[in-house]
Structures are given as C-alpha cells and as structure tokens.
Design a binder for this molecule. Structure first.
Ligand code: C2E
Ligand code: SIN
Ligand code: SIN
Ligand code: FE
Length: 326
C-alpha cells in the first residue's frame, strides 16, 4: 500500500482527508511544516497533501525545501488550501507542486488527483528503469571492449542526427537512438580471446566474430515492443554492406533496413575515430575520407551525402561527449 503524508494544522481537515483516503492508502499525519519535514525523512511517503497556511514554516516553504533536496524532489506535492486566488495557485506551482486542490475538498476529486499523480510517478519510474535496462544491454555488448559506455551513446547520437536529416519523425528518431545503442549486444557471446586480440583475427576467429550480429538479434527478438523489434533489426543488419559483401546474409542495397544502413555509418565512423585493442584511433579527416571512399560499396550513397551535410553537427556531439568523458 502506498504512503501518503497529510499535512494540516487543523485537526478537522486531517480527519476529512483521512476518511476519504484511509481505505486505499497508508496515511501519515503532520500538524505543521516542521513535523512534515521530519515525517518525510522517517516515512518516505509516495505523495504529500500539503496545507499552505500553517503556524511556523508555511506549506510553500516546506514544498520548496523538499524540491531542493535530491532525495525528496521527486515526491509529488499537492497543495490543499482554502486560498483560492489564481496567484496562490501559481505560487504553488512555482515552488514545485504538481497540483492544487481547493478546500472544502470533495472525495472524488481528492481520490482521482492522488491516483493520477501516483500513476505518473510509476510511469516515470518505469521509463527510467526501461532506459537503464537498455543501457545495460548496450554496455553488456561492450563489456569486453576497451571502451566505455560513452562510445555507445555517442554513436547512437550520430545515428539520430543522420535519421533526423533523412526526414524521420522525432518519435522514430528517438526510438532509433535507443535501439542503436544495442547494436553490438551480441558481442557478449564472443570470447575475450577474440574480442581483445591485439592483432588481426584468424580466419576461424573471424567466423566466430561475425556471429555477434545474429547473437544480438536473437537476444533482442525476445521482445515484440517496437523498440526491440528495431533493435533486433539493427543488430542483425548493421554489418551488411550496400554492395552485398557484408554479413550475415549479404543483403544488397535497399534490402538492408534503413535503420541498419544509418547505424553502419555511425558505427564505422565512431569505431575508426577510437582506439581498439587491434587498431589505433584514426583522425577525423581520415575517418570521414574512409566513409566517403566506401560510399556505394559499403555504405548507402544517399546516406553518405546526408552524413556529410550534417557532419558539423556530428562533430559538435563528438566534442561534447569527449568533454563529458574527461
Ligand atoms: P568495432 O571495433 O566496433 O568496429 C565496427 C566496424 O567499424 C567494423 O566492422 C569495421 O567496419 C569498422 N572498422 C573498425 N576498425 C576499422 C579499421 O581499422 N579499418 C576499417 N576499414 N574499418 C574499421 P567489422 O569489420 O565487421 O568488425 C566487427 C567487429 O569485429 C569490430 O567492432 C571488432 O570488435 C571486431 N574486429 C574486427 N576486426 C578485428 C581485428 O582485426 N582484431 C580484433 N581483435 N577484432 C576485430
Ligand atoms: C485509489 O486511488 O487507489 C482508489 C480510488 C478509487 O477506488 O476510487
Ligand atoms: C577491420 O574491421 O578492422 C578491418 C577492416 C579494414 O581494415 O578494412
Ligand atoms: Fe558490430
């Protein structure tokens, strides 16, 4: 059962809210601002119903304090007040409240608003764990590589820039950015002795290395969520080449999904500019020249043109990430 802290200096008001909420939530009560702050620390409520005018610290001040503390900033605060002017409500929102309920309160409104804000918190927390899981999958693929997670997000950002310039909608671009981060998840199935070999791979090792595309796809295919459908498609096809000389299937031209054609450019550009156990980092000029040289053989020529058009934006992102990783 979720916990709600109810703060009011008027015992009668506490009683009314208690009657409305007691069957659905665990309730904690505080008669003033100071006790409210203590109760937050002790009980970590999921939501707070807060009176504004109280002796001592006002509700506004309590809210402000909670919002400026990283431990408590995400707890939704709903003001419950008889102050009914628009400016009071505005002030309430300015100090970080999510909602404002007028006294005298009505049971359906209190229940509905409380329920709504608790669901929003749950949705946000789900979204955060969703993103964390994606990040961990991406990281897992690079666990054996020398580089850190930074590479994954930088190359995903490049892919997003290209897709946007191609004309993809914001929603699908956002999906691509997350999906691209998982393109090498299958590397988790490749032994260290191959992944970390500081030399060219033997013929047999290379056969094993190339299976990372299919391994990744088979992991990511376990979900039918659109994000993972795209992620599996990218994992499977990101080493296909425009002229049909890539792997795993040797697909040609537009048989290769556009998502994977975009990621191919972002991946190679980023891999070239980075140090790997088996190679030194190339300069930006050398890396751009390599992409252009392979336009029409490795890469979709139309996408290489777009890559060149947005190069300044890509380099700006590269700059930002290199500052962040210091
Ligand atoms: P990766 O290091 O993330 O590289 C991704 C892709 O960037 C490569 O796909 C390749 O298309 C391009 N790339 C990276 N380095 C170079 C380079 O020095 N020259 C050129 N022309 N292209 C480069 P690819 O070739 O399918 O390789 C897939 C993965 O296999 C690589 O991912 C890396 O983990 C591994 N790998 C490839 N070659 C070697 C190698 O010689 N030794 C070792 N130990 N691993 C290798
Ligand atoms: C709830 O808020 O969790 C239940 C409210 C209701 O059943 O109306
Ligand atoms: C590699 O992927 O490291 C080899 C590709 C090349 O050097 O052409
Ligand atoms: Fe790969």
């Amino acid at each position: 059962m979720r916990k709600i802290l109810i703060v009011d200096d008027e015992p009668n008001n506490l009683q009314i809210l208690r009657q409305i909420l007691k069957d659905y939530y665990q309730l904690i009560f505080a008669p003033n601002g100071e006790k409210a702050l203590q109760a937050v620390e002790t009980h970590q409520p999921d939501l707070i119903l807060l009176d504004i005018m109280m002796p001592g610290i006002s509700g506004y001040e309590v809210c402000q304090m909670l919002k400026s503390n990283s431990v408590t900033e995400d707890i939704p605060v709903i003001f419950v007040s008889a102050m009914s002017e628009v400016k009071d409500e505005v002030h309430g929102f300015n100090v970080g409240a999510v909602d404002y309920i007028q006294k005298p309160v009505s049971a359906p409104i209190v229940l509905r608003r409380v329920q709504t804000h608790l669901s929003l918190v749950k949705a946000k927390s789900l979204e955060n764990s969703h993103k964390a899981a994606i990040f961990m999958l991406g990281e897992a693929g690079h666990y054996n590589d020398t580089d850190t997670g930074v590479h994954i997000w930088r190359m995903s950002a490049y892919a997003g820039i290209i897709a946007k310039a191609v004309g993809w909608t914001d929603e699908i671009v956002e999906r691509l950015v997350l999906a691209a981060s998982m393109h090498d998840t299958g590397k988790i199935g490749i032994p260290d002795s191959i992944l970390k070999a500081p030399r060219e791979l033997t013929k047999d090792e290379w056969i094993i290395m190339k299976t990372h595309s299919e391994i990744g796809a088979s992991i990511l295919e376990n979900s039918r969520e659109p994000l993972f459908v795209m992620a599996a498609e990218i994992a499977r096809n990101h080493h296909e080449k425009w002229n049909g000389s890539g792997y795993p299937k040797g697909l040609i031209g537009e048989m290769i999904p556009e998502s994977a054609r975009i990621v191919a450019i972002a991946d190679v550009f980023d891999a070239l500019t980075m140090e790997r156990p088996y190679k030194k980092a190339w300069t930006i000029e050398e890396s751009v020249a390599e992409i252009k040289k392979n336009s029409g053989s490795h890469f979709d020529p139309r996408l290489v043109e777009i890559f060149e058009q947005v190069l300044s934006e890509i380099l700006q992102v590269k700059e930002e990430w290199s500052l962040r990783s210091i």
